[in-house]
Design a protein around this ligand. Structure first.
Ligand code: GLC
Ligand code: CA
Length: 566
């Protein structure tokens, strides 16, 4: 038991760079990160908001969200207090994987609008002080991309080597046992040219061959195209898949695989994932992005264990500013597990690396479904008070839950290929709930996925005017984070579980913050010696209350306590 949560011996966690080592970080910003007057970049202090464009706002009644819809709803994101919007793909696509199969990297699918709509969206966002982060999908194109159409046209086509082609084994079977993420072999036979091509995801998503310098140059040119149009950075899709082993070794079996897990996880992706050469490609992306100014942000999507993930910050070469940290999504929602996760992650961060946290996205069940509505408020407080850049997935700020999808309305190819295991991603992709009107204000037409049954209560308009709603909680937490530099850029201290209560501290200069999160349905008390004042409770009903010796937490309550020491 901890007797004095505020003034106990400071245990600075991990080698988390200057931020963790030195409380005087503000005076000594780390090199390469100083673009703001106080030494921190906007993305270190800021909050990222993910928009899944198909489901955010439809402006033309076809039941599918679009760029003009996003533009019309920017004020919601501004009111929430987010600093940047990451938009999932809107490029021309046959939509086999709903936009993650790109057939033209430099355009806008007519379903989502036009390049002019995009430029208008960027201008509107920038006028409001919002940054725009695009989703860059470098691992694979669509099989309808002109590059792949050429590549598969003949073995001697100049673009043949832009994709990963291999001969069959003598018996005609695929070159090795590699599996596709969305089911089946990762190799697709091409009858016309008599070879297999590799696809880490759907067969409609052939992997580009990043070992080919022409591919690298063409893809960097794609980044240049959007950087020139004013985007503030990229979230780089599936980047750990970028390069595969040149030798066609079989992947070894995974002893931890259990029936019900994704079939792709039967194998350990030793030769098909996370290869050394990937980091050269990332370094090239980073150099290009830096050449447009140090405030451009690169986020990497690589769902990997913490030790492997750290390399994506860059080792001898530059890496990502933020390799996405999905471990809150993958970990059991238990105070000791989460405390250990925070400490392990902080402890693993390389010098100069900036942490980040995520509760959900368009690929994973929603947090409110995983841990329940009450604990989702506690999770929101964790996300927005722990050290590191938070990313919020659209609808999370309303407490939206997964929506059951009737069989005849299933859209996700993963669910279609590998049915019944709960792998399908439609439940977390249903339309954003704006108000209590027809289709939740999302569309005048029939939405591409069903609207949640709870939309009459769970919507932006209802929650905006309710001072205790989830939306109010997110808004107030983000405001507090912006007002309290100790929360955005302060050091992290000592995450620990005191029974069912997770506590950790933040500190900047003489400002001390204590966060205490009750994971249980019971009242809890934790002793604290030094008095402080409540800055916010997840119940949104006590502020400015002094806490002296004992902090009393109600069921499912989290609080943030602050004090200034002399
Ligand atoms: C990433 C995306 C996911 C997509 C996959 C293939 O994991 O987040 O939605 O299906 O890459 O591009
Ligand atoms: Ca539309």
């Amino acid at each position: 038991m901890q007797s004095n949560v505020f003034s106990a011996q400071l245990r600075v966690q991990g080698g988390a760079g200057p931020a963790a080592r030195s409380p005087s970080l503000v005076d000594r910003p780390s090199p390469g990160r100083r673009t703001a007057a106080d030494g921190f970049s906007w993305w270190q202090k800021g909050v990222v908001y993910q928009v899944y464009p198909r489901s955010f706002q439809d402006s033309n009644g076809d039941g599918i969200g679009d760029l003009e819809g996003i533009r019309q709803r920017l004020d919601h994101i501004v009111d929430l207090g987010a600093d940047a919007v990451w938009i999932s793909p809107f490029y021309p696509s046959p939509m086999a994987d709903f936009g993650y199969d790109v057939s033209d990297y430099k355009g806008v699918d007519p379903m989502f609008g036009t390049l002019a709509d995009f430029d208008r969206l960027v201008a509107s966002a920038h006028r409001r002080g919002l940054r725009i982060i695009l989703d860059f999908v470098p691992n694979h194109s669509s099989d309808q991309h002109p590059w792949f159409i050429e590549s598969r046209s003949s073995r001697s086509n100049p673009k043949r080597d832009w994709y990963v082609w291999r001969d069959a084994r003598p018996d005609g079977s695929p070159p090795n046992n590699w599996l596709a993420e969305f089911g089946g072999s990762a190799w697709e036979w091409d009858e016309a040219t008599g070879q297999y091509y590799y696809h880490a995801f759907l067969k409609e998503q052939p992997d580009l061959n990043w070992r080919n310098p022409e591919v690298q140059e063409a893809m960097l040119d794609v980044m240049r195209f959007w950087l020139e149009r004013g985007v503030d950075g990229f979230r780089v899709d599936a980047v750990h898949h970028l390069v595969e082993s040149e030798e066609p070794h079989d992947n070894p079996p995974n002893p931890h695989w259990r029936a019900g897990d994704s079939p792709a996880r039967r194998l350990i992706r030793l030769y098909s994932l996370d290869q050394d050469e990937t980091h050269d490609a990332i370094a090239a992306m980073r150099r290009l992005s830096d050449s447009y100014g140090e405030d451009r942000l690169l986020i990497g999507e690589a769902s990997l264990p913490i030790e492997q993930l750290m390399r994506y910050y860059g080792v001898s070469e530059p890496g990502f500013h933020l390799p996405f940290n999905f471990h809150l999504i993958k970990s059991a929602w238990k105070p000791d597990v989460i405390a250990r996760l925070i400490e392990d992650y902080e402890g693993a961060l390389p010098d100069d690396a900036w942490p980040n946290w995520v509760l959900g996205n368009h690929d994973r069940p929603r947090v409110a479904t995983r841990i329940g509505a009450r604990q989702a408020r506690v999770a929101a407080m964790l996300l927005l008070t722990v050290r590191g850049t938070p990313t919020i997935y659209q609808g999370e700020e309303l407490g939206m839950a997964d929506v059951p999808i009737p069989p005849d309305r299933v859209q996700d190819p993963w669910e279609k290929n590998v049915p019944g295991l709960g792998l399908g991603r439609d439940p977390e992709r249903t339309p954003m709930q704006w108000d209590a009107s027809r289709n939740a204000g999302f569309s005048a037409g029939e939405p591409w996925l069903p609207i949640s049954a709870d939309y009459a209560d769970v919507n932006v308009s209802a929650q905006r005017t309710n001072p205790k709603s989830m939306l109010s909680l997110y808004r107030d937490l983000i405001r507090l984070r912006h007002e309290e530099p100790a929360l955005s850029v302060g050091i992290h201290l000592a995450a620990e579980a005191i029974g069912p209560v997770l506590t950790f501290r933040r500190q900047l200069g003489n400002r001390r913050i204590l966060v205490a999160l009750n994971f249980s349905r019971d009242r809890q008390e934790i002793p604290i010696n030094a008095p402080g004042e409540v800055l916010i409770s997840t119940h949104l009903d006590r502020i400015d209350v002094q806490v002296a010796d004992v902090l009393r937490l109600r069921p499912n309550e989290g609080v943030v306590i602050g004090k200034t020491v002399e």
